[in-house]
Structures are given as structure tokens and as C-alpha cells.
Design a protein around this ligand. Structure first.
Ligand code: HEM
Length: 127
């Protein structure tokens, strides 16, 4: 039995998102897309990602965007998604354990799989 708690609150979502992007910023290839290719404004991006994950995991419905076109515009390869997912799983597992933590990993995997498929980088998925 794990002694870690599940993702239950906005504070938990913020911890997950902040920890994940700390890892992204240190990553040898993923950091490039955010900090050089897009030159992301983190003050804007992080709250948007709190809304995204809060919508998916806590049902708050705060996010109403279109993530796919933003990713289609990036020169992504399949291995970038593998790295992204590995960091995301590592982040969730470092801090949390439980059904919502599992749901976070499942949702991330499914969205990544759909992006990969729609970008023509991998096997097609039925959706
Ligand atoms: C190779 C993996 C990925 C990379 C390098 C990446 C990179 C980025 C970048 C650079 C942006 C900012 C785009 C912009 O503002 O122009 C962004 C936005 C976003 N990403 Fe990703 N991403 C990846 C995978 C994913 C996955 C798997 C998800 C979902 C689980 C996701 C969810 C989002 C969302 C919700 C936004 C905000 C879109 C909006 O502006 O409403 N990303 N991503």
C-alpha cells in the first residue's frame, strides 16, 4: 500500500503541473519546444495547464481550448511524445497514488496516442 495521497485538490493539480514543467525545462529535447521554438510565456501557460488538468481530473470544466492545432504546428517526432509521457508518469508517481493519479496517466496516454495518430507519427487509433 502506497503512503502517497491521490490527486484531490487544485493544490495537487498545481503541484503536478509545476513539477512536470520543471522536468520539461531540464529535459534535453522537450525544453526546446517550449523555451526556444514557441518561447512560451510560463506565467500564462502554467495557469492554462492547471485549468486543463483540473477540468479533466476534478471536473471543473475550466479549460475550453483546442490543444491539437497548437501541437500540429510543432516539429514533433514520436520519440518526443515518448519522452513527454515518461516525464509525466514519473511526475505523477513521485507525488501521488490512487484512482485519480491513474486516471491522469491514462488520459495523458490517450491524448498522446490521438496526437501521434493525427500527426501521422504512429498507428491510427479509432476515435
Ligand atoms: C511531444 C510532446 C509535447 C510537447 C513537446 C508539447 C509542447 C507544447 C507546447 C510548446 C505548447 C504551447 C503551444 C503554444 O502556446 O503555441 C503546448 C500546449 C499545450 N499542450 Fe502540449 N506538448 C506535448 C504533448 C502534450 C500532451 C500529450 C498533452 C495532453 C495530455 C498536451 C497538452 C497541452 C495543452 C492542453 C496545451 C495548451 C493548449 C492551449 O493553448 O489551449 N501536450 N504543448
Amino acid at each position: 500500500m502506497s503512503n502517497k495521497k491521490d490527486i484531490q485538490s487544485e493544490e495537487d493539480i498545481q503541484l503536478m503541473v509545476n513539477s512536470f514543467y520543471d522536468k520539461v525545462n531540464k529535459h534535453h529535447s522537450l525544453s526546446y519546444f517550449f523555451n526556444e521554438y514557441v518561447k512560451i510565456d510560463w506565467k500564462h501557460h502554467l495557469p492554462k495547464m492547471y485549468d486543463f488538468w483540473s477540468s479533466l481530473l476534478l471536473g471543473t470544466m475550466r479549460y475550453s481550448g483546442q490543444p491539437f492545432p497548437k501541437h500540429l504546428a510543432l516539429p514533433l517526432k514520436k520519440e518526443n511524445f515518448d519522452d513527454w509521457l515518461a516525464l509525466f508518469f514519473e511526475t505523477v508517481d513521485e507525488h501521488f497514488s490512487g484512482p485519480v493519479a491513474d486516471e491522469a496517466k491514462i488520459r495523458a496516454s490517450n491524448i498522446a496516442r490521438i496526437f501521434i495518430s493525427r500527426m501521422g507519427l504512429g498507428e491510427p487509433v479509432k476515435n
